[in-house]
Design a protein around this ligand. Structure first.
Ligand SMILES: Cc1cc2nc3c(=O)[nH]c(=O)nc-3n(C[C@H](O)[C@H](O)[C@H](O)COP(=O)(O)OP(=O)(O)OC[C@H]3O[C@@H](n4cnc5c(N)ncnc54)[C@H](O)[C@@H]3O)c2cc1C
Length: 549
């Protein structure tokens, strides 16, 4: 069963090797094993639902709890401390367009607010109900999970939008095709959620981000249906598909999506390279992108991420090899790991040439090719790594990530300054209530997605959860939250100051909404608000997300 207060299936754990635990202790101090609230405790405190009974609507407390929060760090703090605050009053499970329309009518006629829910993997508060007078109904779209059509001639597949990543791939792979959209949340996130939050998969360098995979679909809005035909291209005015992409459940409910698929690749490998330092690695990946070499992934870790990845892998031999072998070859403390994905429809000369040309660019920047062992390890754990967050939390550490994208000329300074304010964010007495003073933060980064004109910067940070010896669970959720707010706020301000987007792939939700005007401008915000009013004049859908209202 899926965990109610963390990531993933109950039965799967990601152990933290003892050497890795010592590594973290040296960097940020020993974590405290603070107790979490129990499921029974949280269930016992859920308020009575304000909704009247209706077909396909559940007011079961556990259903409501399991749809109350997503996967952001504030969500974790709320769930683990049992201080969830607001719950949806009910959860409905529509199975067709007509059910969705009926729920929209119900919401409009009863003054209920409606939250579309895909896989609930949002990391920015997208699916959280907000306090207020109106009852809240969460619309769980998991029953909309069918492949409706595969047009092999056009390489277009039509799916119901509540289908998850593994189900999409299972159905397409059986017919020799793939969508190739692999966000790290692949296990639970859904096609509709990817479109609504403008998601990016790990191999989007080859397959494209969701906006280039999304060819059309069907949206149910409070005022009626919106059909989005799958035109391969169109000059008929602004493209309405772009209005739905990133709409975060504010404009309507995507019930079906037509996506561009490809034949399964014959060739795929993930190769590892080391650079002497981050600057030469960044120069190499920029050159590869600008030369138009056809890889599927370029993931360049900075030095601290490289060391931490190897330490957390628990593979002593690998750590030792990096220390001795790589150091012997003068890839010292500043060494940076690049994992490069090579994906090609045909295992042919053209694929070999792309690989050879890439190696040549990397070699010219001082890079060292080490073959596939590290890449295989990465591939094996690519969807397992989020489980480590559970283990870290239980050992007293809070972990979060944030991301942006900027033009190449700003990549290095933005990455550096974002990490600096996080690294120093809890050292300043003014950012904590006493316990924050002198806290160390482990922060590192990688370039996650590269483009001809810039790159996505992905930052991971870890700090200690706060202790309160006088509290029954000894945890201090308020102080842990304050620490997060200090770090996240400082990093977001740096991103905005550098002209970066507030999100390259996670979306806006609640947490990024305060920074959106800086990116879109007042007039741009008015346009978004006007679209929202046009589709949903009564403000039924997902209030407070994307647009602050
Ligand atoms: C461990 C982890 C790793 C992640 N890695 C990545 C990554 O690599 N790349 C990436 O892009 N993101 C990543 N994310 C973020 C998250 O998975 C994405 O934002 C994803 O697109 C959310 O999909 P979901 O189905 O879970 O949507 P939800 O979280 O359920 O909803 C997200 C938003 O979409 C709306 N929505 C959902 N379905 C519909 C629909 N059918 N119609 C209208 N609106 C809808 C919701 O109302 C909400 O506003 C990660 C998250 C976690 C927890």
């Amino acid at each position: 069963m899926r965990r109610w207060n963390g990531w993933g299936e109950d039965a799967i754990t990601y152990p933290l090797p003892e050497t890795a635990a010592q590594y973290l202790e040296t960097l940020v101090g020993a974590g405290l094993r603070l107790e979490d609230a129990s499921l029974e405790h949280v269930l016992a405190n859920i308020p009575v639902s304000r909704l009247s009974s209706y077909p396909r609507l559940s007011t079961d407390p556990e259903d409501r709890l399991r749809h109350a929060r997503g996967q952001s760090l504030p969500d974790w703090i709320a769930l683990r401390s049992g201080r969830v605050g607001v719950f949806p009053d009910g959860v409905a499970y529509p199975a067709c367009d007509e059910d969705v329309r009926s729920m929209l009518d119900y919401a409009r006629s009863t003054g209920t607010r409606l939250i579309p829910y895909g896989g609930g993997t949002s990391v920015v508060g997208h699916i959280n109900p907000l306090p207020g007078g109106a009852p809240v109904l969460t619309l769980d779209l998991s029953r909309l999970n069918h492949l409706l059509d595969l047009d092999e001639t056009s390489q277009l597949a039509t799916f119901e939008a509540g289908i998850t990543g593994p189900e999409i791939e299972k159905r397409l792979n059986a017919r020799g095709y793939t969508l190739g959209h692999f966000p790290q949340s692949f296990e639970y996130s859904t096609l509709g959620g990817w479109i609504a939050a403008r998601s990016s998969g790990q191999q989007s360098y080859y397959y494209g981000r969701i906006e280039s995979l999304f060819a059309g679909g069907h949206v149910e809005t409070p005022l009626g249906a919106l059909e989005l035909p799958p035109h391969p291209a169109s000059a008929a005015g602004p493209d309405l598909r772009q209005v739905i992409l990133g709409s975060e459940g504010r404009l309507g409910i995507i019930t079906r999506a037509i996506v561009r698929v490809r034949p399964l690749p014959e060739e795929e490998s993930f190769q590892a390279f080391f650079f002497h330092d981050w600057e030469s690695g960044a120069a190499a990946v920029r050159e590869i992108a600008q030369a138009g070499l056809k890889l599927s992934m370029l993931r360049l870790s900075n030095a601290l991420e490289t060391t931490t990845t190897l330490a957390l892998s628990g593979k002593e031999g690998l750590v030792e090899w990096a220390k001795r072998g790589l150091s012997f070859l003068r890839y010292d403390e500043e060494r940076c790991l690049l994992i490069a994905g090579f994906t090609a429809e045909k295992k042919d000369k053209a694929a070999r040439e792309q690989f050879a040309a890439t190696r040549e660019v990397i070699r010219a920047h001082g890079g060292l090719w080490t073959g596939t062992p590290i890449g295989k390890m990465w591939k094996k754990s690519r969807f397992l790594t989020p489980y480590l967050r559970n283990t870290l939390w239980e050992r007293g550490y809070a972990l979060d990530t944030l991301e942006t994208a900027v033009p190449w000329s700003s990549v290095l300074p933005t990455a550096e300054e974002t990490q600096k304010v996080i690294r120093e964010g809890l050292a300043d007495p003014s950012t904590g209530s006493g316990q924050g003073i002198g806290e160390r933060v482990l922060v590192f980064a990688h370039l996650s997605h590269v483009y001809k004109d810039g790159a996505g910067i992905y930052v991971t940070y870890l700090f200690r959860r706060a202790d309160d010896p006088s509290a029954s669970l000894r945890a201090s959720p308020d102080e842990t939250l304050r620490r997060w707010q200090a770090l996240k706020g400082a990093a977001s301000r740096v991103i905005v100051a550098h002209g970066g987007t507030i999100s390259h792939q996670h979306g806006v939700g609640l947490d990024h909404a305060p920074y959106l005007t800086a990116e879109k401008g007042e007039l741009g915000m008015q346009l978004l608000e006007a679209a929202r009013r046009t589709f949903d004049p009564q403000g039924v859908l997902n209030p407070g997300k994307l647009l602050e209202d």
